[in-house]
Design a protein around this ligand. Structure first.
Ligand SMILES: [Fe+2]
Ligand SMILES: [Fe+2]
Length: 184
């Protein structure tokens, strides 16, 4: 990487990093949707995939707005989150319930990462007076925040049900996941 010595260069670097992360997520999200047994969770992954494709498109618009082409620079942050997921699946043989619960955590990690990145990018774009970029990046940021809220809500329900179905919760008698679900 050439030496980064100006705010413009740093902004460009951070954009490239997120461009790679978003492109990676467009490949990961369909797999997560397949892995999830919980229908609401699976649907959440599919609908966030559509949004993520929009995030890639918005980033391409930002690159155009600042007169740059978008080469994706490998982003070790998102690779790490992905690796954590892959290793858990390989080594832990999770039950369907625990896999769903795990997936909500993995998704929340990715959303937090994106939220941090876009918050920084919005500030950088604002400082550089790149108005169009600010708007596009804010749009992505808002959708990441909404996606995080949604996955947190699903996570709470899944954990509650899992706790009930293993008899640890005390509220729902131990039984099938289905019976725990129909109670909520
Ligand atoms: Fe995104
Ligand atoms: Fe996201």
């Amino acid at each position: 990487m050439p030496a980064v010595t100006s705010p413009e260069q740093l902004f460009e670097h951070e954009l490239q990093d997120m461009y790679y992360a978003e492109k990676t997520l467009t490949k990961v999200l369909p797999k997560l949707a397949e892995e999830a047994s919980d229908r609401e969770l699976s649907r959440a992954f599919t609908s966030h995939l559509k949004q993520t494709e929009g995030h890639v498109a918005n980033l391409e618009k930002v690159f155009r707005a600042i007169g740059k082409t978008p080469p994706a620079t490998p982003c070790p942050g998102i690779e790490g989150i992905k690796k954590e997921h892959d290793e858990f699946i390989e080594s832990s043989s999770p039950s369907t319930e625990m896999l769903d619960a795990f997936l909500t955590g993995a998704a929340a990690r990715a959303e937090h990462y994106e939220i941090a990145a876009y918050t920084g990018l919005v500030s950088q774009a604002r400082a550089l007076k790149e108005r169009e970029a600010v708007e596009l990046l804010q749009e992505n940021l808002k959708q990441e925040k909404d996606a995080l809220k949604k996955v947190e809500t699903i996570s709470k329900r899944i954990l509650k049900e899992a706790n009930g179905s293993t008899g640890n919760g005390g509220r729902v008698p131990s039984g099938s996941r289905q019976s725990a679900r129909t109670r909520s």
